[in-house]
Design a binder for this molecule. Structure first.
Ligand SMILES: [Zn+2]
Length: 218
């Protein structure tokens, strides 16, 4: 499926486009498409008043663009909470279907969903849910692979990508779990973890996509 206008807004938002200029290559990489198609869509978003776009520099969201992006991200993450909490969805299933639902969820439904779920602050994958005024919780995190052997922390967030989510859920990785590096294979080999008291082996690549508290020492 080719990314639509809303996917662009979301990508620019996630790349920091509320405050800073995001360049075309970052957007192309995020959406996994050719830079040429990015240029075309950005022109359209600019004409619709959703972004400020400067050629060769990048794009930043206008206040209208910010509002639209926040509403998409809020809808997405609230649906994920709902699908997992009430319909027994897996990590990756929730992300997949929320990807569809976010595009058809009117503001009223987002507000009701938020209320029904008792205003959750995070999605099931640990990403902060922006509040309706756009405020977002922010915790200093670092990728798990940066911990030293013997060092412990707590898992706070994982990257939302289907294959990775299925792999991690299969290993029993959960948000909030305590984690300690028991052993690290040479040359970016697999990591042996103590995960809530259980020994688990995980690929180095996956460890780069798991985010833990920066300073916690358990
Ligand atoms: Zn999520």
């Amino acid at each position: 499926m080719t990314p639509n206008k809303e996917d662009y807004l979301k990508a620019i938002y996630k790349l920091g486009g509320m405050e800073t200029l995001v360049n075309n290559k970052q957007i192309a990489d995020t959406l996994q498409i050719a830079p040429a198609s990015v240029t075309e869509m950005l022109g359209k978003l600019k004409r619709e008043g959703l972004i400020h776009y400067e050629a060769y520099k990048g794009s930043r969201l206008t206040s209208e663009g910010i509002g639209a992006a926040i509403s998409l991200v809020r809808g997405h993450r609230l649906w994920e909470v709902f699908l997992m909490r009430h319909l027994g969805y897996s990590w990756s299933e929730a992300h997949e279907d929320a990807e569809l639902l976010e595009h058809i969820t009117p503001p009223r439904l987002i507000a009701r969903l938020d209320q029904f779920l008792n205003h959750p602050a995070y999605c099931p994958h640990g990403s902060a849910i922006p509040r309706s005024d756009g405020q977002v919780d922010c915790m200093p995190l670092q990728p798990l692979n940066l911990l030293f052997v013997g060092e412990a922390s707590r898992i706070r967030r994982v990257t939302e990508e289907k294959g990775l989510l299925d792999y991690l859920q299969g290993l029993g990785v959960t948000i909030g779990a305590s984690v300690r590096i028991v052993e690290a294979g040479a040359h970016e080999g697999p990591l042996t973890l103590d995960l809530d008291g259980k020994r688990v082996q995980i690929s180095y690549k996956a460890a780069c996509q798991i985010y833990v508290d920066e300073t916690a020492r358990l």
